[in-house]
Design a protein around this ligand. Structure first.
Ligand code: PHE
Length: 445
């Protein structure tokens, strides 16, 4: 087995893992769920659930990964007794398959983001953008191919000179772009209405089952849980780091950017409405989320005159960057398996696996929307929560307690004095699986 990579510092891990967590889920999914679920009420429930459910599961993944220092299949097997080994392998493979499925649709959407960004750049230099911003199979395939090449190129260079290098460069840019856009949009007429919707919670909705479940699945997807991504990133953390603290930092960053994205997208929707763009249908429901990003916001940018193309360019660059630091973490799951367990050379692994998933993306594009919707549902509403439960079961029930606690304490000598130590080991055993089961019953009931 070739030498495994490791993140060179705490900051490198935090930026890479936050880069994974922060993606289209934060900047696209979150604001739209807020707008259609009682504004601030959703934000409130989401933040609570991230700490009650997502953070504890994130810790389960990180601690397994760092203990085993291997790909997900081997890692889960490493914490398993021999009786549960078959279940361990199944869990690892299932996570890997889910990561690949998520990448297969994510890359298509990311390709549209790039196409719109290039379209805005074309407008700025006075070239027609109509092909770039109108839907077609060729456009989807071409731009998702571009996105795959970027993703593969980064992963092929390994943990330190690929994933870490690009995450640490791109994440500060992302934060800068988002803040700049928030300020610009806030100054436009109509924005105040959006801020009101965002900040005034409609508390009558806080306990609505639909809202709670939306917030749960959002928290899961947003922290990249239940596919093994965080386990693999955890396997690249040094034994001298304080895991619970690192995990909390990543969860905090993920929430922080989601909240910022809300301050951008929701006011922007209302600026659009102010400028005459329709955002609610006749029944009073928010229009469908794809149209919101790819029609409403571009129409908004069009109404802004000369500055509009610039704003559009910055917005779609932001989306593309957010997507890229997430997609590399998805591809890393099968690539780590190919290099760790199959002793494949990393470059070759990245290209072979990446191209295979790209081929599946092409199949999705050719089968129009039914396959797309189906893959999204299977991966995010079914597989992610189930694999998440399995991870909790391995940590809580199958892994030898003394080994688990010893691993947790590595790098955090005073852990025993913390609330985390007192609560988490039993919490992940009993409470997390229960909450996730509730989530699943809801989505299939
Ligand atoms: N967390 C990413 C987002 O919010 C999506 C993701 C899911 C990334 C699973 C990696 C693994 O967009």
């Amino acid at each position: 087995m070739a030498a495994r990579g490791e993140f060179s510092s705490r900051t490198a891990f935090v930026l890479a893992a936050s880069g994974s967590a922060i993606g289209l889920g934060n900047i696209w999914g979150f604001p739209i769920k807020v707008a259609s679920n009682g504004g601030g009420a959703f934000v409130f429930t989401y933040i609570i659930l991230t700490f009650l459910l997502a953070y504890p599961i994130l810790m389960a993944e990180l601690v397994i990964g760092r203990y085993a220092k291997a790909d997900t299949v081997r890692s889960v097997a490493a914490v398993s007794s021999s009786a549960f080994r078959p279940l361990a392998f199944m869990t690892g493979y299932w996570g890997m398959l889910t990561a690949s499925l998520i990448l297969s649709f994510y890359a298509i959407v990311a390709g549209w983001m790039i196409a719109h960004g290039v379209g805005a750049a074309a407008q700025i230099i006075g070239v027609s953008d109509s092909w770039l911003v109108s839907e077609s199979i060729t456009r989807s395939v071409l731009f998702s191919a571009v996105f795959y090449v970027l993703t593969i190129g980064i992963v092929a260079n390994g943990v330190a000179s690929g994933i870490e290098k690009w995450s640490t460069r791109l994440m500060p840019v992302l934060i800068l772009l988002i803040v700049a856009l928030i300020v610009y949009i806030a100054m436009q007429p109509g924005a105040a209405e959006g801020w009101k919707v965002y900040l005034q919670p409609d508390f009558s909705k806080v306990l609505e089952p639909g809202l709670v479940m939306d917030a749960l699945s959002q928290a899961f997807f947003s922290l990249s849980l239940g596919v093994g991504t965080m386990m693999v990133y955890g396997s690249y953390i040094s034994k001298t780091e304080n895991l619970p603290k690192l995990g909390a930092t990543v969860a905090g960053m993920d929430i922080g950017i989601a909240v910022l994205a809300g301050m951008l997208v929701i006011p922007a929707m209302y600026v659009a409405q102010h400028n005459g763009v329709v955002i609610y249908d006749e029944a009073g429901n928010l229009i469908e989320s794809g149209r919101l990003i790819f029609n409403v916001l571009p129409s908004l940018f069009d109404t802004m005159g000369g500055a509009g193309s610039m704003v559009a360019l910055v917005f779609f660059a932001l989306m593309s960057i957010a997507a890229l630091t997430s997609s590399i973490s998805m591809l890393e799951v099968p690539v780590a398996y190919a290099t760790d367990s199959r002793s494949m050379n990393r470059k070759k692994a990245a290209w072979v696996v990446g191209m295979a998933i790209f081929a599946f993306s092409v199949v999705i594009v050719l089968n129009a929307s039914w396959l797309f919707d189906w893959v999204v549902r299977i991966a995010t509403e079914f597989s992610e929560p189930l694999v998440g439960i399995l991870f909790c079961i391995f940590v809580g029930w199958i892994w030898r307690r003394d080994q688990l606690l010893t691993e947790l304490k590595q790098g955090s000598p005073h852990l025993e004095r913390t609330l985390f130590w007192k609560i988490w080991p039993n919490y992940v055993r009993f409470v997390c699986p229960l909450i996730v089961v509730a989530l699943l019953i809801r989505s299939f009931g």
